[in-house]
Design a protein around this ligand. Structure first.
Ligand code: T3D
Length: 262
């Protein structure tokens, strides 16, 4: 029996695997799933054993965004605002800020806030038959859960606007062409390939990977001079790490480095 109602959490070597688990609703997000997913991300972020995180969906979809059955009785603007700020904001924020790479293994459609979740991840692997759908405008909503920021960062304003207002499914091939995914793989190999990638990253120097993420997220919001200064600050931490010395010594001794993540 899982300790969460709506996600599965597993540790595979140094990789935390989070599986959204409401397959009968294409893993649509309700209050329980939002609560469980945030708890899962917090657990992975706080566990030193975890050096990479993989998130996927059970069944045929990655995540269909907000559970629309909750909106049958029209919610108030204040209720929706509260939901976004209390659930989606911390969820996207922890993915973006946690000190380990987060990979989305996109097994089916990632729609609405589910697309935001996929785009907030640092890396994406898509099954060849998976897709991304900015579903918001199809139900007359503005993209939320960070979708406007994430999409414009990845594909630029004009293309992002087109995607958001047309509300079409973007197939995996097109996602690869425009930079919305890092890889496409055969559906039956999605988890094997994604887990292998996560395991490989988990063997790399975790502090350097984490600070690279931090520097690149900083660079998205700052100019070159400020970013160079920020990188210099972060480098003070990496040069003091065991892994830095291991990397240097392994090079000098002509052997493979064994990074400990410290
Ligand atoms: O307060 C707030 O949270 C506001 C913020 C909102 C953020 C958002 O995310 S808004 C966007 C919400 N999401 C959508 O609009 C997507 C709606 N779903 C779809 O467009 C399609 O279902 C999919 C493209 C995701 C999947 O299509 P397909 O053909 O693979 O599956 P399907 O047959 O449409 O769905 C399978 C079942 O899942 C079906 O139930 P049934 O008929 O078998 O009993 C369907 O109703 C259910 N389902 C799919 N998406 C949702 C859902 N149930 C509830 N909420 C959903 N979002």
């Amino acid at each position: 029996m899982s300790e969460y109602e709506t996600i599965q959490y597993a540790l595979r070597d140094n990789v935390a695997l989070l599986t959204l688990n409401r397959p009968e609703r294409r893993n649509a997000m309700n209050a329980e799933l939002n609560r469980d997913l945030l708890a899962g991300f917090e657990r992975a972020a706080g566990d030193d054993q975890v050096r990479a995180v993989l998130v996927t969906g059970a069944g045929r979809g990655f995540c269909a965004g907000a559970d629309l059955t909750l909106f049958q009785n029209q919610p108030s603007g204040e209720q929706v605002y509260e939901m976004i700020i209390s659930s989606y904001q911390p969820m996207m924020q922890i993915v973006i800020s946690m000190k380990k790479p987060v990979i989305a293994a996109i097994n089916g459609v990632a729609a609405g806030a589910g697309a935001s979740l996929a785009l907030a991840c640092d890396l994406r692997v898509m099954a060849h038959d998976a897709s991304i759908l900015m579903a918001f405008s199809n139900i007359a909503l503005v993209p939320d859960a960070g979708a406007t920021w994430l999409l414009t960062q990845l594909v630029g304003y004009s293309r992002a606007y087109e995607i958001a207002i047309e509300g079409n499914r973007i197939p995996a091939e097109r996602c690869l062409e425009i930079g919305l995914t890092n890889k496409i793989v055969p559906a039956e190999q999605l988890m094997t390939i994604s887990l292998a990638w996560a395991r490989k990253l988990a063997e790399r120097p975790t502090l350097a990977l984490s600070l690279t993420k931090k520097a690149m997220r900083y660079a998205q919001l700052h100019d070159l001079a400020a970013t160079i200064e920020y990188e210099a600050q972060l480098q003070k931490q990496t040069v003091g790490s065991q892994d830095f010395m291991e990397g240097v010594m392994a090079f000098i001794q002509k052997r493979d480095p064994q990074f400990k993540g410290k």
